[in-house]
Ligand binder design. Structure first.
Ligand code: ZN
Length: 186
């Protein structure tokens, strides 16, 4: 795909996107102030591990580390390394970057071993790869059902460090669009 092709696509969708974002911005905003409180970095990390365990991350073929900017690096079909970044006062950033990179990692780990050491082992395209990371981050991680399951576990992880009341308020804040968040994952 050439630059001209991409420009044609974005030129066509831009008016609708701008109108949509304006319409959203004009609506009453969700109170997500509780997502900007100080939160124990170790407990954030532990919660991310819990999520990866429940997602079924294969720790025999991958690992999680911290990085300045989250990314996934496939060293081989059975050595996928994902990273996350934790901000003490922005817990949602670490949670969702962990889920995002899990999606990249799972995509890499799903490659057919028969394709190992061939150009096809890198996946169908960067676009498909990114769609998988965003599926886990946005469709799964920002879903009501996800937090219905993880909220009680999260409360155990965060005991004593975070005052939070109704879980409906919690989900309302956590699923807020990341459009304005400059700390996007890779
Ligand atoms: Zn990504």
């Amino acid at each position: 795909m050439k630059t001209a092709d991409v420009q044609a696509i974005f030129s066509a969708i831009r008016p609708q996107q701008v109108a949509l974002i304006q319409a959203i911005a004009e609506r009453p905003q969700v109170d997500d102030s509780f997502l900007h409180l100080q939160y124990d970095p170790q407990k954030q990390w532990d919660f991310g591990l819990d999520v990866l365990n429940q997602f079924g991350f294969d720790w025999n073929r991958g690992r999680l580390d911290k990085a300045e900017h989250p990314f996934t690096n496939g060293m081989g079909l059975s050595d996928v390394r994902i990273t996350t970044r934790i901000f003490p006062n922005l817990p949602a950033s670490g949670w969702f970057s962990t889920m995002h990179e899990f999606g990249h990692g799972l995509y890499g780990l799903g490659t057919d071993p028969k394709l190992d050491r061939s150009p096809l082992a890198g996946g169908a395209s960067l676009g498909i790869d990114e769609s998988q990371s965003r599926m886990w981050e946005n469709l799964v991680g920002r879903s009501h059902e996800f937090w219905q399951f993880f909220y009680p576990r999260h409360k155990r992880c965060s005991r004593g460090s975070w005052a939070m009341s109704a879980w409906r308020r919690f989900t309302g804040g956590s699923i807020k669009s990341p459009i304005a968040d400059p700390r996007r994952s890779g």
